[in-house]
Design a protein around this ligand. Structure first.
Ligand code: C2E
Ligand code: CA
Ligand code: CA
Length: 395
């Protein structure tokens, strides 16, 4: 398979000579490029081409740059964005701040007229230099055991029982870790999109599943029947036999699927609703539980949410982290929790970083919490120690 250039830059500017100039410099710096002066074409390209970098002009005749930044945020776009503008630096700074608050990654800003050296320096600086990250290194990692799992605890909240002291272990989420012998710890957000792009997600998920099952086997043998959540990617749903593979792996390991929660983002489930429906329903029939991850960041309609056989709804960290700061965020989180309950789903809040947030979630009758305040993702070997020492689980 041909691996695409990981440095793909999309340029949106209504002044064609400026676009042409940026293209020329970007090509010199080793980027693949695409330039447009049309907002609609820009939107289509963001989705279909998935640029790693974007240069965006703040002021264009038909659409303003702020609107496009908002679009990128709702798309959950991971590209490094460079904001270019002829406005004074105060305007550019506000735009930058706004974009960052919306979760976009801003690679830099350029004041027009753009100088060749400034552009070159910036494009070199933000270029991804992970040339070693290719199909070979990923296969190597899978086959040679460079991957491992970290387990992050989830605990039940006491809101529904009325007993303020009852907080119990609800299970663990398995999160993949890659310790590269030369480059050190590679974060999953860094390599998973690449694994998806080169079509190796089936192999990666299978490896993760086998590691998780081996660990569950060890815990079960010691009498600890923990519930374990495992993340799967949208790419995994293209394989109609996915459920059968998971089921076979469970049988081989002698682990009941009822011990496993499959986490899937709402965007993944919405990509092809019919196929997702088929696969997810069969997962439930086999006994797996299903969690809708990062809820609130996608576009699922209530109707689809009610049709798809999820058992759990995981409220995205972005909302949870804000809920002690604003009444508005609390209302949003409360709405999501109530909605989960109305659809008979378990409500899980992730990204819980403070005791204050825990208490708010308890007031709002959230069922389960996960986050650094409770416990960080840890190697399996540290789980027992955490269970013994965690102040969370003690009355
Ligand atoms: P996710 O599924 O939403 O996982 C939660 C992420 O939030 C984890 O990051 C976790 O370490 C982090 N987190 C948990 N509590 C807190 C908190 O209180 N504060 C903050 N700031 N962060 C918290 P991680 O392990 O880096 O994983 C990032 C993403 O990579 C995951 O997001 C998931 O989408 C993906 N991923 C991780 N492991 C796997 C895997 O085994 N398979 C697949 N397909 N995706 C995975
Ligand atoms: Ca997850
Ligand atoms: Ca999540």
């Amino acid at each position: 398979m041909i691996v695409e250039n990981r440095n793909r830059i999309l340029i949106v500017d209504d002044e064609r000579d400026i676009s042409a100039f940026i293209v020329e410099v970007a090509v010199q710096c080793g980027y693949d490029t695409f330039a447009t002066d049309d907002a609609e074409e820009f939107r289509v390209r963001v989705r279909s081409w998935q640029p790693s970098h974007i240069v965006l002009d703040l002021s264009m005749p038909a659409v303003d740059g702020i609107e496009l930044l908002r679009f990128l945020a709702t798309e959950n776009c991971k590209a490094q964005v460079v904001i270019a503008s002829g406005f004074d630096s105060k305007v550019i700074d506000s735009a930058r701040q706004l974009a960052e608050e919306r979760g976009l990654s801003i690679g830099g800003t350029l004041k027009k007229p753009i100088r060749v050296e400034d552009l070159k320096t910036l494009l070199e600086k933000i270029k991804s230099d992970d040339d070693w990250l290719d199909e070979g290194s990923i296969l190597h990692a899978i086959e040679k055991g460079e991957l491992s799992l970290a387990f992050q605890p989830k605990i039940t909240l006491s809101g529904n029982s009325g007993d303020a002291l009852r907080r119990e272990l609800a299970g663990f989420e398995a999160l993949v870790r890659w310790e590269h012998p030369k480059y050190g710890m590679v974060p999953p957000m860094h390599f998973i999109p690449f694994v998806e792009a080169v079509g190796l997600m089936d192999q990666l998920t299978d490896a993760i599943f086998r590691m998780a099952l081996a660990q569950i086997q060890r815990w079960n043998a010691a009498g600890n029947l923990y519930s374990i959540s495992i993340n799967v990617s949208a790419e995994n749903l293209y394989d109609i036999n996915f459920v059968d593979v998971l089921d076979r792996r469970c049988k081989e390991a002698g682990v009941s699927p009822s011990q496993i929660v499959i986490e899937l983002t709402e965007t993944a489930a919405m990509r092809d609703v019919t196929q997702a429906m088929d696969i997810l329903t069969r997962m439930r029939i086999k006994g797996f539980k299903l969690s809708m991850d990062d809820f609130g960041t996608g576009y699922s309609s209530l109707v689809q949410l009610q049709r798809l056989p999820f058992s759990e709804l995981k409220i995205d960290q972005a909302f949870v982290k804000q809920c002690h700061l604003s009444e508005q965020s609390r209302v949003i989180v409360k709405t999501m929790i109530d909605m989960a309950h109305n659809l008979s789903l378990v409500a899980v809040a992730e990204g819980v970083e403070t005791e204050e947030t825990m208490r708010i979630l308890e007031d709002l009758k959230c069922d389960i919490a996960q986050g650094y305040h409770i416990g960080r993702p840890m190697p399996a070997g540290q789980v027992e120690g955490w269970l013994n020492e965690s102040a969370m689980l003690r009355p």
